[in-house]
Structures are given as C-alpha cells and as structure tokens.
Design a protein around this ligand. Sequence first.
Ligand code: B1M
Length: 210
Amino acid sequence: MADFETLKGMIIAGDGDGAKAQTEALIAEGKAPRDILDSALLPGMEVVGARMKSGECFIPEVLLSARTMQASLDMIKPLMTEGAGEALPTVVIGTVEGDMHDIGKNLVAMLLEGAGFNVVNLGKGITPAEFVKAVEESKPKILGMSGLLTTTIPKMGVTINALKDAGLRDGVKVICGGAPVSDAYCDEIGADAYGPNAAIGVDKCKELAS
Ligand code: B1M
C-alpha cells in the first residue's frame, strides 16, 4: 500500500522512479490530488528548502528533488484542475532582457510550483514590454525577475517603470533575484522583495501572496 510519508521521503531523496510509482499508486488508491500535494510533495520540498537554507544540501540535490517533485506534480495537476480545487496564486517569472542565465530562475520556478503556486515561466531574455504583456494577460499576484549580469539587471527597474506606465504596478507585487541583486538594489528600483536564494525566494512569495 502506498503512503504519503514514503512519497515525501522519495521527494527528499530525489528518487524519481520511486516517486512516480508511489504517486501512481496513491492516485489508483483514490487519494485526493490536493492531499498528495499537501501531505507529501509540499512537506518534502519544505524539508529540502530548509536543508538548502542551512547549507545541509546544495544545488544538485535541490534540482534532483525539484525535478522529482515536478514529475509527481505533472501527474496530479490534470486531476486537480478537473476538481473544484481553489485557484492557486499565479506568479509570472522570467530572466530579464539580454540575459541568458536561467538555471537559478528555473529552480525558483520549480520550487514555487512545489509550494503550490501557478507558475507562468516566460523563459529568458524577456523584455520589459514582454513582462508587461504577461502581467496584463495572466493577472498574477507576483512578478518575479531574475538577472545574473550587472549589465542586465537595470532592466528590472525599467520593467517596474513600464508596469507603472501601463497602470499595472499597484496590482502586482515584484520580487527580484540573481547573484548581483541585493536588498539595497531592490529598494533602489522599487521592487517589493529580494530573493537571495530559491528557498528564501519562495518564502518571500508566500508572504507577498498572503
Ligand atoms: Co555566465 N556569468 N555568462 N554563463 N555564468 C556568470 C553570472 C558570471 C558571474 C561568471 C564570472 O565571470 N565569474 C559572469 C557575470 C559577471 C557580472 O556581470 N557580474 C558571467 C558572464 C560574464 C557571462 C557571459 C557574459 C560570458 C561571455 O559570453 N563572455 C555570458 C552572458 C550570456 C548572456 O546572458 N547574454 C555568460 C554565459 C553563461 C552560460 C550560457 C555559459 C551559462 C548559463 C547557462 C544557463 O543559465 N542556462 C553561464 C553560467 C552557468 C554562469 C555561472 C558559472 C553559474 C550561474 C548559475 O547558474 N548559478 C556564473 C558564475 C557563478 O555564479 N558562479 C556566471 C547557479 C544558480 C542556481 O544560481 O542563478 O545565482 P543563481 O540563482 C540563485 C539565486 O541567485 C536566486 O536563487 C537561485 C538558487 O539559489 N535567484 C532568485 C535567482 N533568480 C531569482 C529570482 C527570484 C528569487 C531568487 O525571484 C524571482
């Protein structure tokens, strides 16, 4: 018989094949997808996030767990949308114009999905106009921008100003992250929060969405 604790352990260990089989078995036993999410996938990723914050595990392990969680999430997602489940808060996320670095951004996106957000991942090299269009279309609670180059992160401020010009800034919270970004930089450009790493970024998004 499948159980939530075993699946949670598999998420933490990054055991992709085991987690898929366990998720399949839980679905076959009639467990509600939301319970699989709340009782196994999210608690598993919470443990991984906490270990990342305390330095007990590193990016490769986090990516493995995030991919394992993503595969299980992909299995339960269609079942969740079929049901009467509550709407998840949306986050639009992308790497800024001129910047091709997307490993950290994708990690944040995966952990956000694991934390129960509906994530619209725009990809990399996203212009301010593209961010504005995505905010108009998806009406997210949060816009997340990632940038790894000192030459490209000024686009974050440009995007925030473009949101203001489009009359959209008051309706969306903005979080920025990436190695050259800092709390002080986020204050300077008028962002609402700074994500120094993926785990803290997710915690900040939870605060911004509440
Ligand atoms: Co580039 N690169 N790179 N690079 N690259 C850096 C960033 C650099 C620091 C290397 C160096 O010189 N020491 C340097 C930037 C210097 C600077 O501007 N200060 C640099 C450079 C110069 C360049 C090129 C210009 C090199 C060249 O062509 N001459 C070029 C630029 C291309 C472009 O973007 N237009 C370039 C290209 C590349 C590759 C394509 C080869 C590759 C990117 C592959 C890819 O992403 N698909 C690459 C890589 C891999 C790196 C390093 C080695 C690693 C970056 C990474 O993925 N880290 C990097 C050196 C380094 O950082 N040690 C470097 C792992 C990742 C998990 O961390 O992205 O910081 P990070 O994300 C973290 C946090 O920042 C945070 O959470 C993540 C997880 O904890 N976070 C957020 C990130 N976004 C967030 C958003 C949030 C919240 C948190 O909310 C929205």
